[in-house]
Design a protein around this ligand. Structure first.
Ligand SMILES: *[C@@H]1O[C@H](CO)[C@@H](O)[C@H](O)[C@H]1NC(C)=O
Ligand SMILES: *[C@@H]1O[C@H](CO)[C@@H](O)[C@H](O)[C@H]1NC(C)=O
Length: 856
């Protein structure tokens, strides 16, 4: 981002001006030597600066000087080599860059690729490579930022990244810092099978699905073969390295390694050796004799991590110890959070010796520099034991697309990519010719691969129509409903305002025994069904997985917390069912689904400008209530267009309080917390400082406003770099006063310019870099009201009654009515008057500045 490291930026600029970027042509090389069932479509193994091919771990790395004409002509790179025996041969040569330089790889199959980099500062290279300081970036992600071996604790370095390539080329650019050089010893760019890395994983505390991983870059930081030997590229069909776990054990004697023959591992249909080799599943750590009187303890591994990043954590299990099914039941913790509770592998796999894995997203524990993973026996189990076979921890790129520091590719690469286009074309043709030959080879030898289905990266993700934890109606409210319908089917009300208690049988009746035809959505937490209560009320029923990661206690806590909230613009929880260890939540039904589906990605008719304003105003009110309506403010933390739901009258309600947190107490300015939320919507300041305030929601709401105007996703990595992030892109057009150039074509000509201007200014203020510069939700609300007023006034003046097809009748014009409110309502002890009479008391001061145009 702009505010950091401007010094570095300037230096890089100077360098870029002085030196013509160097681009090396790379030939495609088909790897051999692995008897793998998987053969990567793209498989570049490059020995940089080497005069000959190099064999390393049974694979041949091709010299990058095979096509060196360009290198020689540009004359700003040199090669270095060494004859020493350590480190391994792949590190014995290097290419040294005096200026910015790139390798460009033609990509045959879009999707995730391993990008592996080998660095060793060769001693006799003419340059002091140990103090060389450099950055390495791909087209969209920063891999290394100002890295130098001076600060690195080791003599050579291997780095592995999983980068999703969405275009036909991948460019790796090496940027030397001030007066320094950059260098690289070897590079791999290799396809990863689509199934290996998911788009979704489960975030913890509270457990909630984390979507959108495929839009982010990953860096492997730990990959462990529990209780087993070091596995290298020869032992893994994807060329991964797995190390032994012992040095990460918190207490050495807590674990005891076990192993079976790899031949005993039976892969189920969904798991292949590409997930992890059978050598990983054939060894494990189990509970050792830790010399403690009580044999109920955890095996804990401790990893040092950078607290500024989130981590993808994959755990691999395979029961290689039990003698019979349902013997081994244990818990998995990540940091202090329960990740898998009462895990009985045999109930999931049906047999012993069958691999199972699970993915999580986590960050460091309590902002410390460590991440811990533990397994321990379940108290209810017959056998006091726990097991783990493999563990992978990968860093997730941050808001600016970096895996190292807070600078974006844009700020590290000041020159526009179009300047390179001449060279790019030349290389394109060379690579193209080589690739054509290879294509034939691929066609002949690996025709079976053709059958492999290629998934589009722009896959529509199932939306979660409901909050993971909604807010609840109060008991009072319930009785009102019951009276109205006259069929008080309510069996019992709990004593503590938790909403209505449902019997499991009622839930079965309401959902037609969880009829799959009534399924509204599926998430990591379970499934959501449309249901109809006995009195005809439509509801949405969320059923937690029977063996859910979310414990009963947490389930209850959520309900209790939510019962404090009630507002017309927050989705309501009607009740719950915890009979027969079910964890079921019943919410009000939102007939028109998420706002996002009315903006893009579906066939739904476009929504008029006025309606969009009304929806934004409704959502803003819900958030304003969260921030100011209760005794302690509540920060939503996951404001986005899929969490704004629309009822049958298109009234907007904020949903999914799964990440919500109570705001700072009166004497504090912020809450310190690990960063959670959705990419594309995250407040950059929150990301940098991990300090959460209400203004983080304001930022996310600014992103929502841009989405509403431009009808495109918050992040779209397929677009040119300057357009990927809607916040940045929209702001650049807003600053030019030309938002009308990028807005939804359906709106062109149908928006009052003054209203659009007000809207644009409001979004701009919400998206301010620093929280202090952003307005409060109350101010946002006022501004949106004003934009609506401008729109309404203009349409009243200019157009006769316009009953366009977009108009959906029956939308209550509530935004301009709230001055009538008089009753204050904070604690849910409402008098039971009709819906929203009592809401928004806290906002009336804001509205009192408004003039109701219809009152004239
Ligand atoms: C890994 O592969 C190497 C080379 O093929 C082999 O020598 C070694 O035994 C393998 N390791 C295991 C654990 O099988
Ligand atoms: C295992 O670790 C978790 C998470 O830190 C903790 O809550 C639990 O009490 C531990 N169990 C035992 C038996 O120490």
């Amino acid at each position: 981002m702009k505010f950091l490291g401007s010094e570095i930026l300037d230096r890089a600029k100077m360098k870029a001006v002085k030196l013509v970027p160097l681009v090396l042509a790379i030939i495609l090389f088909m790897g051999h030597g692995s008897c793998a069932s998987f053969t990567p479509v793209d498989n570049y193994l490059i020995a940089c600066g080497s005069s000959k091919n190099v064999t390393f771990q049974d694979r041949t790395f091709v010299s990058d000087s095979e096509h060196s004409s360009l290198v020689l002509r540009s004359g700003n790179s040199s090669v270095a080599s060494s004859n020493s025996t350590t480190p391994p041969p792949i590190y014995q040569s290097a290419r040294v860059f005096l200026g910015m330089a790139s390798y460009k790889f033609e990509i045959k199959q879009k999707g995730r690729h391993w990008v592996r980099l080998y660095f060793y500062p060769l001693p006799k290279s003419g340059e002091n490579l140990t103090s060389a300081s450099m950055s390495v970036v791909t087209d969209n992600f920063v891999l290394l930022n100002n890295f130098t071996f001076n600060k690195y604790n080791g003599s050579y370095m291997f780095k592995e990244y999983a980068i999703n390539v969405t275009s036909d080329t991948l460019t790796l650019t090496f940027v030397p810092s001030n007066n320094s050089v950059a260098f690289i010893n070897a590079i791999e760019v290799v396809s990863i099978p689509h199934e290996v890395l998911p788009d979704q994983a489960l975030a913890l505390n509270p457990s909630t699905p984390f979507n959108g991983l495929s839009e982010l870059a990953l860096e492997t930081v730990y990959r462990l073969n529990m209780g087993g030997p070091l596995l290298t590229a020869q032992n893994d069909t994807l060329g991964r390295v797995w190390e032994n776990d012992v040095k990460y054990l918190h207490v050495n004697s807590s674990a005891e390694s076990v192993s079976v023959s790899p031949a005993n591992i039976m892969y189920p249909a969904a798991i292949t050796p590409e997930t992890a080799p059978n050598l990983v599943y054939a060894t494990a750590e189990t509970m050792g004799d830790a010399n403690v009187p009580n044999d109920n303890f955890n095996i804990t591994w401790v990893f040092s991590v950078d607290p500024n990043f989130m981590y993808f954590v994959r755990v691999h299990f395979c029961d290689i110890v039990s003698k019979s099914l349902n013997n081994l039941v244990f818990n998995l913790f990540i940091n202090d959070d329960i990740a898998l509770g009462s895990l009985d592998l045999s109930s999931l796999t049906g047999e012993l010796g069958v691999p199972y894995y699970k993915d999580f997203v986590s960050n460091s524990s309590a902002n410390s520099h460590t991440l811990t993973v533990s397994v321990g026996p379940d108290t209810m189990a017959d056998l006091t034991d726990a097991i783990m076979n493999g563990l992978e921890i990968m860093r997730i790129s941050n808001e600016v697309g970096s895996l190292n520091g807070h600078l974006s590719v844009k700020s590290l690469l000041p020159s526009s990519p179009t300047k390179k286009s001449n060279i790019g074309i030349i290389i394109g043709s060379i690579v193209g010719a080589a690739a054509a030959v290879v294509l034939v080879l691929i066609g002949l030898c690996y025709c079976c691969l053709v059958a492999r289905k290629s998934k589009t990266t722009q896959q529509e993700r199932p939306w979660l129509p409901l909050p993971l934890y909604g807010n609840s109606q109060t008991m009072t409210k319930m009785s009102t409903t019951s009276q109205k319908s006259g069929t008080a089917s309510c069996i019992s009300l709990t004593s503590t305002n938790l909403g209505r208690f449902f019997m499991f049988q009622e839930i079965l009746d309401a959902t037609n025994k969880f009829d799959e035809n009534l399924l509204l959505g599926v998430g990591g937490f379970g499934r959501v069904y449309k249901g109809t209560l006995e009195d005809g009320t439509k509801v949405a029923v969320k059923r937690g997985n029977p063996r859910s990661e979310q414990g009963v206690a947490e389930f209850r806590t959520e309900i209790e917390m939510l019962s404090k909230l009630r507002h017309r613009h927050l989705v309501s929880l009607i009740g719950y069912c915890d009979e027969r260890s079910e964890m079921i939540l019943v919410y009000e039904y939102m007939a028109n689904g998420p706002l996002r589906s009315h903006l893009y990605g579906t066939d739904l008719p476009p929504v008029s400008w006025k309606q969009r304003l009304e929806i934004c105003i409704g959502a803003a009110r819900g958030l304003h209530y969260l921030h100011t309506g209760a005794a302690q403010s509540i920060i939503h933390r996951d404001v986005k267009t899929t969490n704004i739901l629309l009822d049958e009258n298109f009234v907007a309600k904020v949903a999914d309080f799964g990440l919500s947190k109570t705001g700072p107490a009166l004497d504090q300015t912020h809450v310190s917390t690990a960063v959670k939320g959705s990419f594309g919507y995250l407040d950059p300041e929150y990301f940098r400082r991990q300090q959460l305030t209400e203004k983080s929601d304001v930022y996310s709401f600014g992103v929502v406003l841009m989405e509403v105007l431009c009808t495109r996703p918050a992040l779209n990595p397929v677009l040119p770099r300057d357009q990927v992030n809607i916040a940045e892109w929209g702001m650049s057009w807003q600053k030019k006063g030309m938002l009308d150039q990028i807005m939804d074509p359906n709106l062109v000509g149908n928006v009052n310019p003054a209203s659009l201007k007000k809207f644009g200014e409001t979004a701009e203020k919400c998206l301010a870099e620093y929280g202090v510069d952003r307005p409060s939700m109350g101010d946002v609300l006022w501004n949106l009201e004003y934009a609506l007023q401008l729109e309404e006034t203009s349409s009243a003046l200019n157009e006769p009654e316009d009953n366009s097809t977009n108009h959906i009748p029956g939308i209550p014009l509530t935004p301009l009515e709230p001055f009538d409110n008089s009753v204050s309502m904070v604690d849910g002890g409402n008098s039971g008057t009709e819906d929203d009479d009592a809401e928004d008391a806290a906002t009336s001061a804001v509205f009192s500045q408004l003039v109701n145009p219809r009152g004239r």
